[in-house]
Design a protein around this ligand. Structure first.
Ligand SMILES: NC(=O)C1=CN([C@@H]2O[C@H](COP(=O)(O)OP(=O)(O)OC[C@H]3O[C@@H](n4cnc5c(N)ncnc54)[C@H](O)[C@@H]3O)[C@@H](O)[C@H]2O)C=CC1
Ligand SMILES: O=C(O)C1=N[C@H](C(=O)O)C[C@H](O)C1
Length: 224
């Protein structure tokens, strides 16, 4: 059994990840550490999965480096300096994605292609999330804004109810409008993917990995 250290363990994502690990023994994983803010880490672990806060992610990264264990974070709104630090990492495998879902990765590629297909159209982005979400716009919306070369200030957003996460890219002209929407219906979309990425990350060399690396691996695996 491989031991998983969940950082932000009592949060919405932390709990969903623990539930998936516990309900699927065939994955060969067990939760060995559940860390919340300020807690010391006692015990052994093979991989760190972090969904917490920017501060929590940086603490967990330091712990992963100290113990030389792979580190996966999906925490959003991370400072540029920390993103740079992760990108430069040479001691351990590190994975970061503002959205760990493969379907969102391919949705982002669709949006990239649509932007090429509709030059001269005005690109717009709108996202909707649950009332508890701390950052805005979402990490996913910022990634989509980068793809569309839109300033983050132009992204519109709503915070309401229990919405898991909806992202809409529109291409607008005076005569028509093309709309692409990804709607996450359940947080397990992210939690299940995070668990599979962690399994994959444990087999990687030291260095920095993103969804693009993971998607390439999955596509190759499918072709076999
Ligand atoms: N990359 C992705 O696919 C996804 C990313 N997220 C991101 O994950 C993060 C967490 O999301 P949720 O679980 O919804 O939030 P949440 O607020 O439900 O959970 C965060 C947890 O982190 C804990 N925490 C706070 N400071 C900490 C510290 N210093 N060390 C360890 N734990 C600490 C909190 O007590 C809480 O239990 C957010 O940044 C969110 O945007 C969420 C869903 C998917
Ligand atoms: O906080 C959330 O819930 C989510 N955060 C991520 C983001 O900021 O893009 C991903 C997902 O949309 C859910």
């Amino acid at each position: 059994m491989k031991k998983v250290f969940i950082n932000g363990a009592e949060g919405k994502m932390g709990k969903a990840i623990a539930r998936i690990i516990q309900s699927r023994p065939e994955l060969g994983l067990e939760v060995s550490i559940r860390r919340e803010s300020g807690q010391a880490v006692l015990g052994d672990f093979d991989v760190v999965i972090d969904f917490s806060t920017p501060q929590g992610a940086q603490e967990a990264f330091s712990i992963a480096r100290k113990h030389r264990r792979p580190f996966l974070t999906g925490t959003t709104n991370l400072p540029e300096t920390f993103l740079f630090q992760m990108q430069e990492e040479e001691k351990i495998p590190v994975f970061y994605a503002p959205n760990v879902s493969l379907s969102v990765y391919f949705f982002t590629e669709l949006v990239r292609q649509a932007a090429c297909m509709f030059p001269g159209y005005e690109a717009r982005l709108h996202e909707i999330h649950h009332q508890y979400k701390k950052d805005a716009p979402s990490g996913t919306a910022k990634k989509l804004a980068d793809v569309l070369e839109l300033p983050y200030e132009n992204v519109t957003y709503e915070r309401t109810g229990e919405v898991v996460g909806t992202h809409t890219a529109s291409f607008v002209s005076a005569f028509d409008e093309i709309t692409l929407t990804h709607e996450a219906k359940n947080r397990d979309l992210f939690a299940d993917s995070a668990v599979h990425i962690a399994l994959w990350l444990m087999k990687r060399e030291s260095g920095f990995y993103t969804m693009s690396d993971y998607a390439k691996f999955k596509l190759k695996e499918k072709r076999k």
